[in-house]
Design a protein around this ligand. Structure first.
Ligand SMILES: [Zn+2]
Length: 474
């Protein structure tokens, strides 16, 4: 029997918070077992040649939506397969009761096991869940979810008190299937999350979708009354960056009042980022971390046609793209995620308001960070690894298991050819989604192999073996 299972030979290891080092890496029983200058091939049962490649820790795609518009098992199979293309080996998916997903409500104590059952055996990556308590009874479940269900992060959607997901209906209660889903609900949820955080040494946090509903009401009416253009620019005008700024003010104020650790998700605009920076400076005692998405970094509404790019918060301008990149470069932004939500072209259609929001992007996580961040803007490889792997792992209770290459960590690896160039096509991404707002973009720097817990799961454009992803309790 060999001393090691897999030997990744000849590559340059990218170690978060440290830098790059030319070394071999060997795995045993799914863990990183050794790092050395020249580990003998005789000691391993399988060799992966990484000469000339960068060996990154597998990405932790911290914002995902398994099963939002499709069957959970189908989405788990097809969309985590797409994650492997982009070097992600763990996805952390949002789930809530109400419309879409399982289209029902009830206690998470009953519904969450259903979710886990539906996904089990289908995922190509490891996976965890963030849950959104939509009513008071579910808020009361926070302690048991933290202690008994491996869920250490929760979510609140600031605009659901006034709108459904597409923003074509104001019957918010029919959408959330709850009673009062307002700032009072948020306050009690933050109290519960803060209490759970204080009771454990893991970080227990609340993630927030920051768009302010009353302002959205006004701006949506204005846009619809002004010719109702069916464009992505109109969608951005109807829920402008000001709605993010006000929501960030509300969320951070309540976080300080309750001592709740928060994550401000998918900041989409320069103004949202500025508001987040100001809140952090004003409230240095509050644990607040900031996320941006690939699409808010790279897509602008003047460069997209059709409605395939409808998403919440909306796609903004190229100036916003650059403002967000500046926040990535200067360390304001904690991590980059995909906000992957497989949404077929037929669910978009050609009418702006009923079009379902969201689209996929997980297959572009390392490729976009390397192409746009490293090659174009000078991010170091280690910083790239921090942004898509180590930082989200730390924020969400996976430190010591995911997000690094050190011995003892899960042997989750993304072997990247930094100079491999592909034009993005839907076929390349191995997702179930039949369109892609990034289509046609030239991207340089792609994974050539992705390793999940010591076994090659993706190589040279195809998945290998069977889905081996398991639930990670956090
Ligand atoms: Zn999302």
């Amino acid at each position: 029997m060999s001393r090691y299972d897999l030997l990744v030979r000849g590559g340059t290891l990218v170690v978060p918070y440290l830098g790059t080092v030319r070394a071999d890496l060997a795995t045993k029983d799914g863990k990183v077992a050794a790092i050395g200058l020249d580990i003998s091939p005789d000691e391993a049962s399988q060799i992966l040649d990484a000469t000339g490649k960068l060996v990154f820790p597998g990405a932790v795609d911290a914002h995902f939506h398994l099963g939002i518009y499709r069957d959970l098992a189908v989405d788990a199979a097809e969309e985590t397969r797409s994650s492997l293309v982009g070097g992600a080996t763990t996805v952390l998916s949002y789930f809530r009761t109400g419309q879409h997903y399982l289209n029902k409500t009830g206690p998470y104590g009953e519904i969450f096991p259903e979710v886990l059952d539906a996904v089990a055996g289908h995922a190509w990556t490891d996976y965890g869940f963030h849950l959104a308590p939509m009513d008071t009874a579910q808020v009361h479940e926070v302690p048991s979810l933290v202690e008994g269900s491996g869920v250490s992060s929760f979510k609140y959607y600031m605009f659901y008190k006034g709108f459904n997901l597409s923003a074509d209906s104001r019957d918010a209660k029919a959408f959330t299937m709850s009673d009062e889903y307002d700032l009072g609900h948020l306050y009690q949820l933050m109290e519960a999350v803060a209490a759970a955080n204080a009771a454990t040494d893991r970080r227990v946090s609340l993630s927030l979708h920051c768009e302010q509903a009353e302002l959205m009401r006004f701006f949506i009416d204005r846009v619809r009354g002004d010719g109702d253009p069916q464009t992505l620019k109109a969608y951005s005008d109807a829920r402008p960056p000001l709605t993010e700024r006000v929501a960030i003010g509300e969320a951070t104020t309540l976080a300080q009042a309750t001592d709740c650790a928060i994550n401000l998700l998918h900041l989409s605009s320069g103004e949202a980022l500025a508001a987040a920076r100001e809140a952090r400076a004003a409230m240095p005692g509050v644990d607040m971390r900031f996320e941006v998405t690939l699409h808010h970094l790279c897509l602008s509404h003047d460069s997209l046609s059709g409605l395939g790019g409808k998403v919440n918060p909306p796609i903004r301008t190229s100036e916003d793209n650059e403002a967000l990149w500046a926040g990535v470069l200067d360390g304001t932004v904690g991590w980059v995620a995909s906000d992957h939500a497989c949404c077929l072209e037929q669910e978009k259609g050609d009418e702006l308001w009923p079009a379902l929001p969201g689209f996929g992007g997980t297959a572009l996580l390392y490729p976009i960070l390397i192409s746009e961040g490293m090659h174009k803007r000078g991010l170091s490889p280690a910083r790239v690894a921090e942004l898509v792997s180590a930082n989200p792992a730390r924020a969400y209770g996976l430190d010591g298991r995911k997000g690094n290459l050190l011995p003892g960590y899960d042997a989750d690896l993304s072997i990247v050819d930094p100079d491999l160039e592909h034009e993005v096509t839907t076929g390349l991404l191995l997702s179930g989604q039949d369109h892609c707002p990034f289509e046609g973009r030239k991207v340089r720097g792609w994974p050539v192999a992705t390793v999940l817990r010591g076994r090659i799961a993706y190589q040279n454009g195809a998945v290998t073996g069977t889905p081996r992803g398991t639930f990670v309790a956090r």
